[in-house]
Design a protein around this ligand. Structure first.
Ligand code: AMP
Length: 364
């Protein structure tokens, strides 16, 4: 019996456990939240801080391998645990992804295009960065940013002062604004055996910095674009001795790709794989970290994933749409909070378009 310890107890952990039980795995989670966590109905959770030595001892006792579903786990915690059990993805992947400056420098050093970027630690730095990069630009906190939090669009010179006032008390990065044709992501996996696998590119639509909808495989994608995305992902996997599922979010401009950020974990833009691919990203991640053979990444027809943000639709109305699948995370709805998602899958593109329109109308 293999017990997998997971740092973080949110919906990604919940979906990892749901994918892992059929494979015979057991799970234990660590998450500090006082309220109920999405994993609580599924497995034991140690309720403790990521830096609490006693909580970490309880969490790791009897666990065979540790992974994480939350990318802001302190790197020091991952390293301490790695001295006792295998921790995958390796702590250096966490380290590379937690700080936007380190992350973008890492991409650049490995020949992966990024928007122009400059570290900003003072108002003087910001003025110099704006002069160098030009406007529009995006000011972002280097750490703890997700779902568009901790960032400000600087369209014109008058936006500089308010952006600084809103964010200026922590280390920042200024990035050039990319006028992209669309946003896509690549999900890749590498196993402890060295085997790799890549999913078809996913097309993503964000609003207010939060992922709203993914379509997979991304429509009108050339084999060259898929190969380019895979080559970037392969460089990251190699450079970090990566094990597990990795996601890279990219801006597509013409037939070029510009890296925005990476996530060293299963990713929201991979939820479509649960019903929409031969092997879900969650099962793939567990296979990768336990040395099982990786599964096929082939899509099953046309797939869309719609996030449920702050609202819970009537389950009966969703499930009345042929090809629709509902996933609820056991979270109370609050504005801006991801509480579930819907996956739509269809073989026929015309039927897919109709059903997608029906679902989108339901969520309006
Ligand atoms: P992030 O938190 O960095 O993933 O940003 C959230 C979303 O904001 C992205 O998915 C984009 O839609 C938008 N965004 C972030 N950075 C840029 C940029 N440099 N240029 C254009 N749009 C951006």
């Amino acid at each position: 019996m293999t017990t997998i310890g997971i740092l973080g107890g949110g919906q990604l952990g919940r979906m990892l456990a749901l994918a892992g039980y059929p494979l015979g795995f057991h799970f234990r989670f660590l998450d500090p939240v006082a309220d109920d966590a999405p994993v609580d109905t599924l497995a034991e959770r140690v309720r403790g801080d990521y830096t609490d030595a006693a909580a970490l001892d309880r969490f790791v006792a009897g666990v065979d391998v540790v992974t994480y579903e939350f990318e802001n786990v302190p790197v020091a915690t991952a390293r301490q645990l790695a001295a006792r059990v295998p921790v995958y993805p390796p702590p250096q992947a966490l380290e590379a992804a937690q700080d936007r400056l380190v992350e973008k420098t890492f991409f650049r050093d490995h020949g992966i295009p990024t928007p122009p970027f400059i570290a900003v630690d003072s108002r003087t730095d910001l003025d110099a960065a704006v002069a160098q990069i030009g406007l529009p630009a995006v000011l972002k906190t280097r750490r703890m940013g997700y779902d568009g939090k901790g960032q400000a669009l600087v369209r014109v010179a008058e936006d500089v002062a308010p952006a600084w006032d809103a964010l200026g008390d922590v280390p920042l990065i200024l990035e050039g604004f990319v006028t992209f044709d669309r946003e896509v992501s690549i999900l890749a996996a590498r196993s402890v055996t060295g085997e790799t696998a890549y999913y078809p590119l996913v097309q993503n639509r964000h609003r207010e910095g939060i992922l709203r909808r993914s379509v997979a495989p991304a429509p009108v994608t050339t084999p060259e674009l898929q190969a380019l995305a895979q080559s970037y992902a392969a460089r990251v996997l190699d450079a970090l001795d990566y094990i597990g599922v990795l996601a890279i979010e990219l801006f597509q401009v013409g037939e070029t790709l510009i890296a925005n950020e990476m996530a060293p974990r299963v990713h929201n833009s991979g939820h479509w794989t649960i019903e929409g691919a031969e092997t879900s990203q969650f099962a793939q991640h567990l296979r990768a970290i336990t040395g099982l053979p990786l599964g096929s990444t082939a899509a099953r027809g046309h797939v869309a994933m719609l996030n449920l943000i702050g609202i819970l639709p009537d389950p009966a109305a969703v499930l009345a749409v042929p090809g629709a699948h509902l996933h609820l995370y056991d979270k109370a709805p609050r504005p801006g909070r991801k509480v579930g998602h819907i996956t739509l899958r269809a073989d026929d593109p015309a039927i897919f378009d109709d059903q997608l329109a029906t679902l989108r109308a339901l969520l309006r």
